[in-house]
Design a protein around this ligand. Structure first.
Ligand code: HEC
Ligand code: HEC
Length: 325
């Protein structure tokens, strides 16, 4: 990465930013004018029909109830009614619920078992009805549902009070996504101090020489010991997310974050990540290299009990995860 290229990319990024600002303010003005004429519709305004919801109900019984429960109250998979559920989805337009059902449910469905957009729209109607939102005169349209601007009523909804409640900030992803997105890369960066000099971290990508993506460039923007410090603080602070109410394993089981040993493993993780931060601050390669063993032990301590038991963790069989060994 040359300095010139960095400057160029930064300049490009700034330009894009400015363009975005310009477009969004003019779009904002248009939207404002429209909003004055017509307030944005919300799920409170009758955005599906009773007939559509009953089609959805029949399909739900066949395709969804086995995991989410007949009454949507949750079984092996999470509940599709209640505060945690609605508070999770109300921060996005209704299109988010459609996308989740249409593209991700049932999990890992074979190509020939995937839902159509019409089926997913019917299921959205059934979920809305089950959450007490009123039916109206027109179906929730399947066409372009992934871009539907229908929203939720303002505010935090059921269970809202003036004091922030933990159910406001339920996680977007599951535990596997948190691990793969944050824990894996940041701990690997720290582990690589065993093989590399800190000044070479993160190593420049060699797969596409001369064709750096913004991601490659970004990796190199914060290099050397500070990158090891950043990875350590990211691990320490992201560990608090292991305690979030509503966090689940990919298999739908709640992360057991009221169990004393889960809390102990989380404390252990925070403590080793902080120690790694301190060692990175001292720039002591040898001490940190040795310490990476403690770091991997902190990951394994939890994995041994909640992830990798009797084949539960591997070979695609993840059904026993998030359950005490
Ligand atoms: C084999 C079991 C299974 C079946 C069948 C299934 N689901 Fe799911 N569903 C899950 C699991 C597990 C999750 C949680 C996955 C995650 O968080 O990544 C989930 C998540 C969801 C979510 C998101 C809930 C949230 O709080 O984030 C919705 C909505 C959903 N499913 C709807 C449906 C619908 C509608 C059907 C029927 C077409 C269906 N599911 C069929 C297992 C299933
Ligand atoms: C408090 C418990 C806990 C700690 C600490 C923890 N993990 Fe995990 N990890 C889990 C559980 C449980 C799963 C299974 C998640 C799922 O299936 O949704 C998991 C899954 C993973 C996965 C995904 C495996 C797959 O299926 O693809 C990776 C990667 C991972 N962990 C890495 C790490 C690393 C690296 C650390 C330490 C820096 C760490 N974890 C610390 C509990 C923990």
């Amino acid at each position: 990465m040359s300095y010139a290229r960095g400057v160029l990319l930064t300049a490009l990024a700034t330009l894009t930013f400015v363009t975005l600002l310009i477009t969004s303010s003019s779009l904002g003005a248009q939207a404002g004018a429209q909003a004055a004429a017509q307030a944005p519709r919300t799920v409170q305004d009758g955005v599906y029909t009773a007939v559509q919801a009953s089609r959805g109900q029949a399909l739900y019984a066949q395709r969804c109830a086995g995991c989410h429960g007949q009454a949507l109250a949750g079984a092996s998979a999470p509940a599709l009614t209640g505060d945690l559920f609605t508070n999770k989805f109300r921060m996005e337009p209704l299109s988010a619920l459609f996308i989740q059902i249409r593209y991700a449910m049932p999990p890992k469905a074979e190509a020939n078992a995937q839902l159509t957009s019409e089926q997913a729209a019917d299921l959205v109607a059934h979920v809305l009805k089950s959450n007490g939102f009123p039916a109206g005169q027109t179906d929730f349209p399947a066409a372009d549902a992934a871009n539907s601007p229908i929203g939720w009523p303002p505010g935090r909804g059921v269970g809202a009070s003036s004091a922030p409640s933990p159910s406001w900030y339920s996680p977007t992803g599951n535990l596997a996504q948190l691990m793969r997105g944050v824990f894996f890369h940041n701990s690997n960066l720290i582990f690589s101090i065993q093989e590399a000099e800190a000044k070479d971290l993160p190593s420049p990508p060699i797969t596409r020489p001369g064709e750096l993506t913004t991601f490659d460039w970004g990796l190199m923007a914060y290099a050397g010991w500070p990158s090891v410090e950043n990875a350590s603080t990211a691990l320490a602070d992201a560990s608090a997310l292991l305690m979030l109410p509503g966090l689940r394993c990919e298999n739908g089981r709640a992360a057991p974050n009221t169990e004393p040993d889960w809390i102990k493993f989380t404390d252990g993780m925070i403590s080793v990540a902080r120690r790694s931060y301190r060692l990175a601050q001292t720039k002591n390669k040898e001490a940190l290299s040795k310490f990476t063993l403690d770091l991997s032990n902190a990951c394994n301590a939890c994995h041994r009990v909640y992830r990798d038991v009797g084949g539960r963790g591997g070979a695609g069989n993840t059904s026993g995860r998030c359950m005490h060994r």
